[in-house]
Design a protein around this ligand. Structure first.
Ligand SMILES: *Cc1c(COP(=O)(O)O)cnc(C)c1O
Length: 393
C-alpha cells in the first residue's frame, strides 16, 4: 500500500518525491538496490517474513526497495491503490490474463490493440480454452453485443494505434460492471499525465514503461495498477510465482523517467498538436489522424477524457505505399523505427511493419491504408521536425 500522506500532493510532486525512504547513509538521490535476497536476523524472523506475518524484504522476484519506489509512485500517479512492476509491458498483460482467466472464460478486446496483445489472447490463452472476440474500439453497441455470460473482462487501448481513435472509458467501465466483468485499459499512449482510467471506473491499468515512462528508449518494463483487493488477491500471487519481475536497475531508470514525465508529456503533446495542424495543410496529405483536430471523430470525447491530445500523429498520403516509403526514406533526422514514446521523433509505416502480419483484408477492415505513416512526435525543435518531413512531402 502507498503511504496515504502522498495522495494529497499533485502528480508532479508524487512523481519526484513519493515512496523514497532514506537509508542510514542519508543519501539524497534514490539508491539502487542490486540484491537478489535479504538477510534475516534469525530463523524465526525468516519464518515470519515467509508467512507474511512480518512485512519486509525476502527475495527480489517480489520484494525489492528500488522496484517498490517505482510501484508506489506509479500507483499514486494513476490514482490506484497498488502497482506491481513487470519485466515488460507484455509480461504485465500476460500476468493479468494468467491471474484472472481460466478455461472456458471469454474476453472482449478492441481491434486496434498492440499486435502482441492480439497474439497473447488468440494464440496463448486460446490454447487453454479462453476465447476472445475483437470489436471496433469506438462502437459501444458492438462491445455490448460481444459480452457473454462467461466474459471475464473487456480490454482496450485508447488512443488506438495507429489511427488514434478514442474509447469512452467511463461508458465501457459502466457497461463492464453492469455485466459483472472488469475493464482493463492499456494506458501506454497517454500515461497518467494525460488520462487516469481508474478514476473513470476502469479496474486495472496496464503500462509498457518502455515507452513514455522511460522516455529515452533505454529499458524494457511494464506495470499493472489497480485496487489493493484485486492486486493482492489475483496479480501479486502470480508475480511471486510466475516470476516476470522488473529488474532493480530498470526500475531505477524508470523512476527518473517518472520524475520528468509530466514535463515531457506536455512538450510532446504541444509538438504533436502543432505538427498535426501543419500536416493538414501540406501537399499530398489526404488525412491527418489526431484527436486535437476538430475534424477528429472523437475530438469532444478526447477533450473531456484527456488533459492533452497525445504525442502520436498518423498521416495518410495520397500516393499509397510508394508515397509513404518515400516520405520515410527522405527523412534525415527522424528515426525509422517502430518504437514510440521517445524524446527522439520516430516514423513508421504500419502496413508493412507493426501491422504487416495481418492479412490485407484485416488491415483494410481496421482502416490501416498503405499510404498511412505514423509519427511519434519527440522533443526536437518543431521547425527541425517539419523541415525533415518537408523533404519527402
Ligand atoms: C509496446 C507496447 C506494449 C508492450 O510493451 P513491451 O514493454 O514492449 O513489452 C503494450 N501495449 C502498448 C500499447 C505498447 O505500445
Amino acid at each position: 500500500m502507498t503511504d496515504p500522506g502522498w495522495q494529497d500532493y499533485a502528480l508532479e510532486t508524487q512523481a519526484i518525491r513519493a515512496g523514497q525512504q532514506r537509508s542510514h547513509e542519508d543519501e539524497h538521490s534514490l539508491p539502487l538496490f542490486m540484491t537478489s535476497s535479504y538477510v534475516f536476523e534469525s530463523a524465526e524472523q525468516a519464518a515470519l517474513r515467509f508467512t507474511g506475518k512480518q512485512p519486509g524484504n525476502i527475495y527480489s522476484r517480489f520484494t525489492n526497495p528500488t522496484v517498490r519506489v517505482f510501484q508506489e509512485r506509479l500507483a499514486l500517479m494513476e490514482r490506484g491503490e497498488r502497482c506491481l512492476a513487470f519485466s515488460s509491458g507484455m509480461a504485465a498483460i500476460m500476468a493479468v490474463g494468467m491471474a484472472l482467466l481460466k478455461a472456458g472464460d471469454h474476453v472482449v478486446c478492441s481491434r486496434g490493440v498492440f499486435g502482441n496483445t492480439v497474439l497473447t489472447f488468440q494464440n496463448y490463452f486460446g490454447k487453454f480454452g479462453v476465447t476472445t472476440d475483437f470489436v471496433a474500439l469506438t462502437d459501444l453497441v458492438a462491445w455490448e453485443a460481444a459480452i457473454k455470460p462467461n466474459t471475464r473482462f473487456l480490454f482496450l487501448e485508447t488512443p488506438s494505434n495507429p489511427l488514434i481513435e478514442i474509447a469512452d472509458i467511463r461508458a465501457l467501465a459502466d457497461m463492464a460492471h453492469r455485466h459483472g466483468c472488469l475493464l482493463i485499459v492499456d494506458n501506454c499512449f497517454c500515461t497518467p499525465v494525460l488520462q487516469q482510467p481508474l478514476a473513470l471506473g476502469a479496474d486495472l491499468v496496464i503500462h509498457s514503461a518502455t515507452k513514455f515512462i522511460d522516455g529515452h528508449g533505454r529499458c524494457v518494463g511494464g506495470a499493472v495498477v489497480g485496487s489493493e483487493a484485486l492486486i493482492e488477491k489475483d496479480i501479486y500471487p502470480y508475480l511471486r510465482t510466475g516470476g516476470a519481475c522488473m529488474s532493480p536497475f530498470n526500475a531505477w531508470v524508470f523512476i527518473s523517467g517518472l520524475e520528468t514525465l509530466a514535463l515531457r508529456m506536455k512538450a510532446h503533446c504541444d509538438n504533436a498538436f502543432e505538427l498535426a495542424r501543419w500536416l493538414v495543410e501540406q501537399p499530398g496529405v489526404a488525412k491527418v489522424h489526431y484527436p486535437g483536430l476538430p475534424t477528429h471523430a472523437q475530438h469532444k470525447l478526447a477533450r473531456r477524457q484527456q488533459s492533452h491530445f497525445g504525442a502520436v500523429v498518423s498521416v495518410e498520403l495520397t500516393g499509397g505505399q510508394a508515397h509513404a516509403w518515400r516520405l520515410i526514406d527522405s527523412t534525415r533526422l527522424l528515426s525509422i523505427t517502430a518504437n514510440l514514446g521517445d524524446v527522439k521523433t520516430t516514423i513508421t509505416h504500419p502496413a508493412t511493419t507493426t501491422h504487416g502480419r495481418l492479412t490485407a483484408e484485416a488491415r483494410s477492415d481496421a482502416g490501416i491504408s498503405d499510404g498511412l505513416v505514423r509519427i511519434s512526435v519527440g522533443l526536437e525543435h518543431l521547425a527541425d521536425i517539419k523541415a525533415d518531413l518537408l523533404n519527402g512531402l
